[in-house]
Design a protein around this ligand. Structure first.
Ligand code: PHE
Length: 352
């Protein structure tokens, strides 16, 4: 038997070094099998397997030394290494089967307990109050003969402002605090500040008579307070037909108010200004207790806006309105502060 010269350089990092003799190898194999059989958890077993059966293990270390042995020794010791590894592997596999079965049993047991703990059916959630208001608004307007259309939330300056009679530098742009998107020419793309751009898109794609509403999310660079959020929702209404007059607008607002809030509610129009309507108005609703609440803006579609939509103002006229959906939800549910609706506090949301 040749004298062992120490581990080859390649395994000098291994802290476990055994002599390349049949006895030492057999002992190492039995030792490994014993340790694997004693593993308490699957994690422990995995670590042990890496230590004992892996490339950095003792037995693998012996394999790397075989080259330095005499040929017949190389064969017998090599065989012993393979047998020891096989022995340890069998121990490992048996232990793993056992531990896995135990883990499964424990899991089933835990799940069984879980099931008995649940005594009532899981509660169903519901739509957010703003979504509820949105859907109710759609229902009411569909009932009044409108159809629902949509436009993009990321909008061009052209649709959001210019086509709505607000050219570059128009002072009325300051009514809409804008968030720009880094897309295309600098300043050419915005998060839409209102749903009014859908008026233009609807006129461009549909042929009159038009009776459409366009609900959606809008954005303004506003600081949140009790009645404002930087992200909020509007529903736009647009009617374009022959012989449409201001009285049709007032009648539609009143019909809508009664349909949405109930018969005790009234509406009124107050003179106002929007570049895209002429004349323009704000509309308020009156609660049964006599108090007023401002709900949105409206007016007769400006001839320039009809033209931008490809419609001849000599032939057609129309009216438009925009209602804040979040304010409707706030009002409808008697919430004092709009921020409450978006704080994701279930104690509040569950009430609606
Ligand atoms: N777009 C306006 C706003 O957001 C509301 C409006 C819509 C006014 C349609 C007139 C006509 O303030």
């Amino acid at each position: 038997m040749s004298t062992w010269q120490g581990p080859p350089a390649t395994c000098s990092t291994s802290p476990f070094v055994i002599e390349p003799t049949i006895d030492a190898v057999r002992r190492a194999g039995e030792d490994a099998a014993g340790r694997l059989r004693a593993a308490f958890t699957l994690d422990q077993l995995r670590e042990l397997a890496a230590e004992l059966l892996g490339k950095q293990g003792e037995l693998a270390g012996v394999k790397r030394q075989l080259g330095s042995l005499a040929p017949d020794e190389r064969r017998t010791v090599g065989q012993a290494v393979n047998e020891s590894l096989a022995l340890a592997q069998v121990a490992h596999d048996e232990r793993r089967a056992l531990l896995a079965a135990e883990a499964r049993r424990q899991q089933l047991e835990a799940e069984r307990l879980d099931l008995t703990e649940i005594t009532s059916r899981p509660r169903r959630g519901h739509l957010h109050p703003v979504t509820q208001a949105w859907q109710r608004l759609e229902d009411v307007f569909i009932g009044l003969g409108f159809r629902v259309v949509e436009g993009p939330e990321v909008e061009s300056d052209y649709y959001n402002f210019e086509a709505l009679n607000m050219g570059p530098g128009h002072p009325a742009r300051s009514m809409f605090d804008t968030l720009f998107v880094d897309y295309g020419e600098p300043g050419s793309t915005v998060l839409r500040t209102h749903t009014s751009p859908v008026q233009i898109r609807a006129m461009q794609t549909l042929t009159p008579p038009l009776y459409v509403v366009a609900p959606g999310r809008v954005f303004r660079r506003d600081t949140p307070d009790a009645t404002h959020m930087p992200v909020f929702h509007q529903i736009e209404g647009l009617v374009v037909d022959k012989g449409i007059a201001f009285a049709h607008l007032a009648g539609t607002i009143q019909a809508f108010t009664e349909a949405f809030f109930g018969p005790g509610f009234n509406s009124r129009l107050r003179p106002s200004y929007f570049p895209f309507t002429e004349p323009s108005a704000e509309f308020d609703i009156q609660r049964p207790d006599g108090s007023w609440l401002e709900l949105g803006g409206c007016g007769m579609v400006h001839p320039n806006v009809l033209r931008a939509g490809g419609i001849d103002p000599e032939e057609y006229s129309g009216f438009a309105f925009g209602i804040g959906i979040d304010r409707m939800a706030k009002e409808f549910n008697g919430v004092d502060d709009m921020r409450e609706l978006f704080a994701n506090d279930l104690r509040i949301l569950e009430q609606f």
